[in-house]
Structures are given as structure tokens and as C-alpha cells.
Design a protein around this ligand. Structure first.
Ligand code: HEC
Length: 307
């Protein structure tokens, strides 16, 4: 038998296997799936109404927003923070959802961090820089790193990862040889640190700097030298950097990937491109993550049936 015949036979067997065709869930099953995804008891839904028709209402519930905020926080950080104020992503998402603000305000909203006992509560502050939780001092300290001159390479990487999903795996050899700014210009370092469109060292030059080490470290904003990033754009300061990131296509793509993973518990596959596009179109049109999530949760794909 030739390979092609084997393949054809295999495909025809697959097509004829009814178990593989996903049947739509009945309303009770669908209701359970909605509840599980949103972290709600099933009684949170109104009986007798199709569960998917209630999704937009449910997305307004504080406990659902908290579930989503914790999910996103787990994607933005490798580990949970030591103290609540080290995870400002969570209250920031609550603030943006409860005030019906665009999703990008998580990263560029003008806010101040208040609240007793170090617990972060977030309020609008028109005089604050447009930096969302990136302006939070505990967050900046968490990712200050230990670079010799105080450039916050960890914060630079988190800023890129959180806004665009960029994933870099620093290799164990990073610790070898000269790790200073000059050392990072070596061939084995410069791809990530200087040469690419999202070069870490250039991004770090736009961020505040760390002075000192450990608990005594202080974060200050020094005068900034403009940097050419993202394939030719001259970026003059921290705010402009984040603004460029959240207006990129990568931002929309990554935001919908987060929405998709939250909804389906896995990344999208290529045959789900139309549904993914619907999410991206919605996010670009209304700017609201609630709408992007609703697009996915209300889709036929969510409760079984064909996408
Ligand atoms: C594949 C991309 C990549 C390459 C290649 C790379 N790095 Fe990095 N580097 C990173 C990332 C990502 C971070 C931020 C790590 C983090 O957030 O924990 C980083 C951070 C650093 C830091 C700051 C560490 C800290 O805790 O503050 C130093 C110093 C460093 N790299 C030196 C080097 C040197 C020296 C080389 C070459 C021998 C190198 N790197 C090659 C991706 C890279």
C-alpha cells in the first residue's frame, strides 16, 4: 500500500467516525460549561433562559472579573507576587472592567494606587502618567532585576511580554562572561539585547532605572535618550513606548489569545481563524475585553457544534 493510500484510508475512517463529530451540548451541559469557565456556581444563571444568552450579564459580576483577572495575571507573571501590591494587574483589570474602560487602559490608564495596608485600590488620576500598572512602584521593584548599571531589563521584558505576548528564553550562558551593557553587545547576546525590533536594552533605556540593590534599591526616572524600535519608530519616552505597544497588531492578537485561552482552556488552532478574527474585530471596534470574551462565549463553538 502506498503512503498516499494509507493516508486516504485513515482520513476516510476519521470522517466516518461519528464520535469525532462534536454534538452541541444540551442547555444544562452548556450552563455548566459557562459556569465552570467563569468560575461561578451554576445557580448564578437564570434557569429557563439559554445560558449563552446570559453571558454579557455574567461578565459584569465582580467574581467573574476576578476570575479573569487572576487568569491574566498568571499569564503576565511566572509566579504570583509575594504581597497583594506586587500583583497590580489584578486590581487594574477590576478597575478597567468595573468602569467600562477600554482594555488597553490596563496598560495606559492614568491611575493612582491607593488603599489601606498596602492592598492596591486603583483610582483615576488625570495627572498620573499614562502607564497603567506599569507605573506601580511595587511592580517596578519586582522586576527591577540586578543589571549592573541599573537598567531594568526584567521590567523591559515584562512590558513586552504583557502587551504583545513576546516570549524569550534567556539561555544559561547569559551568566557567562561580561554581563554588562558592553558584554551584552557580544554576538551571542545582541540578538535579544540590541538588534531586534524589540531589543531589550533599548526598551530598558526608556524605563526608570534602579539605583542600589535589594531592599534598599530606589527606582528613579532619569532623562531618557530616544530609541529606535519596532522596525524604525523613534520612541522618546516610557509613555510613548507603551502607547506604541498597545496600538500594535501584536497587542490585539495577544489580547484575543488571552481571551481564547480563558474561554476554551487552550490556544486557538488554525482552523478556528474565523472565530479568532471575530474576537479581534470586536476588540478593535469596541476596545472592550468584555465584548471580546462575549464573542467567544456566545459562539456556537463554545457549547459544542461546529465553530
Ligand atoms: C534569547 C534572548 C536572549 C539572549 C540571546 C540573551 N538574553 Fe539576556 N535577557 C533576556 C531576557 C528575556 C531577559 C529578562 C529576563 C527576566 O525577565 O528574568 C534578559 C536579562 C538579562 C540580564 C539582566 C538580568 C537581571 O536579572 O536583571 C542580563 C545581565 C543579561 N540578560 C545578560 C545577557 C548576556 C551577557 C547575554 C549573552 C551572553 C544575553 N543576556 C543573551 C534574553 C536574552
Amino acid at each position: 500500500m502506498t503512503t498516499r493510500t494509507t493516508l486516504w484510508l485513515l482520513l476516510s475512517t476519521l470522517a466516518a467516525t461519528p464520535a469525532l463529530a462534536q454534538a452541541p451540548l444540551n442547555p444544562a451541559q452548556c450552563g455548566r460549561r459557562v459556569a465552570l469557565t467563569l468560575g461561578l456556581p451554576w445557580r448564578a444563571q437564570r434557569l429557563g433562559e439559554p445560558p449563552q444568552a446570559q453571558v454579557r450579564e455574567l461578565l459584569k459580576k465582580p467574581e467573574v472579573v476576578t476570575t479573569f483577572a487572576h487568569f491574566v495575571n498568571s499569564r503576565f507573571n511566572d509566579l504570583p507576587g509575594d504581597r497583594p501590591e506586587d500583583d497590580p494587574v489584578i486590581p487594574m483589570i477590576r478597575y478597567v472592567f468595573s468602569n467600562d474602560l477600554p482594555w488597553r487602559d490596563v496598560f495606559v490608564g492614568r491611575v493612582k494606587f491607593v488603599g489601606a495596608g498596602g492592598y492596591p485600590r486603583i483610582e483615576a488620576d488625570p495627572t498620573a502618567p499614562a502607564l497603567g500598572y506599569f507605573a506601580s512602584l511595587p511592580w517596578q521593584k519586582r522586576y527591577a532585576g540586578n543589571e549592573e548599571a541599573g537598567w531594568m531589563l526584567q521590567a523591559a521584558y515584562r512590558t513586552l511580554q504583557n502587551t504583545t505576548g513576546l516570549a524569550l528564553e534567556p539561555s544559561p550562558v547569559n551568566g557567562q562572561g561580561d554581563a554588562t551593557a558592553t558584554g551584552r553587545e557580544r554576538a551571542e547576546c545582541r540578538s535579544c539585547h540590541y538588534d531586534t525590533a524589540w531589543a531589550l536594552d533599548k526598551v530598558a533605556r526608556l524605563l526608570p532605572v534602579r539605583v542600589g540593590l535589594g531592599n534598599r534599591a530606589v527606582i528613579t526616572q532619569k532623562p531618557v535618550t530616544p530609541q529606535v524600535l519596532f522596525g524604525g519608530a523613534t520612541i522618546t519616552d516610557h509613555e510613548q513606548l507603551v502607547q506604541a505597544l498597545v496600538t500594535s497588531q501584536a497587542f490585539t492578537f495577544w489580547s484575543c489569545r488571552l481571551a481564547f485561552e480563558f474561554t476554551f482552556g487552550r490556544p486557538e488552532s488554525s482552523c478556528e481563524a474565523p472565530l479568532f478574527d471575530a474576537c479581534a474585530d470586536t476588540l478593535e471596534r469596541t476596545g472592550r475585553m468584555q465584548d471580546a470574551l462575549a464573542t467567544l462565549l456566545e459562539s456556537p463553538a463554545f457549547c459544542g457544534g461546529t465553530p
